[in-house]
Design a protein. Structure first.
Length: 145
């Protein structure tokens, strides 16, 4: 009987470890990944749309290239941690989405003008290569029309 319990516990621990490393996009996984702010969390074909760019950015390499000029135009940039309002994952764990808000503030280097706003975001996650990665992101400032 003891051996059966040990075998069961071993198999259960192994299964949970494998599940945690499977890259499934679950609500806890998305919440943990989002909190890390890891640049490796982006899929190779990520789609990003934000008011900071003239047009949508497609691909991790294009995103990395586009961020440099934006960062060069700003100083004293601060972004609060994103606050997800909702996270929904598919039953299979192959995709998830989340939406929420974040607060952004920075000074424009050229004009010295201070920008301070809350932005709403929508982020789509997909299981890719054994990890849950960001497939698409859209940021839009609230109350700016």
């Amino acid at each position: 009987m003891r051996n059966s319990i040990r075998v069961f516990l071993f198999v259960a621990c192994f299964a949970l470890t494998a599940l945690a490393q499977s890259g499934r996009c679950t609500e806890p996984m998305v919440r943990a990944q989002a909190a890390k702010e890891d640049p490796n969390a982006f899929s190779d074909d990520v789609y990003l749309f934000s008011g900071a760019f003239k047009k949508p950015i497609v691909g991790k390499a294009a995103l990395e290239k586009a961020q440099g000029p934006i960062e060069a135009q700003r100083k004293n940039e601060k972004q609060a941690p994103e606050k997800p309002d909702r996270i929904v994952a598919s039953a299979s764990g192959d995709m998830a989405y989340e939406y929420g808000t974040t607060h952004v503030a920075f000074d424009e280097k050229k004009s010295g003008q201070h920008q301070d706003f809350t932005a709403a975001y929508l982020r789509v996650w997909k299981s890719e290569g054994g990890a849950c990665k960001i497939a698409a992101v859209m940021f839009e400032p609230e109350d700016q029309k």
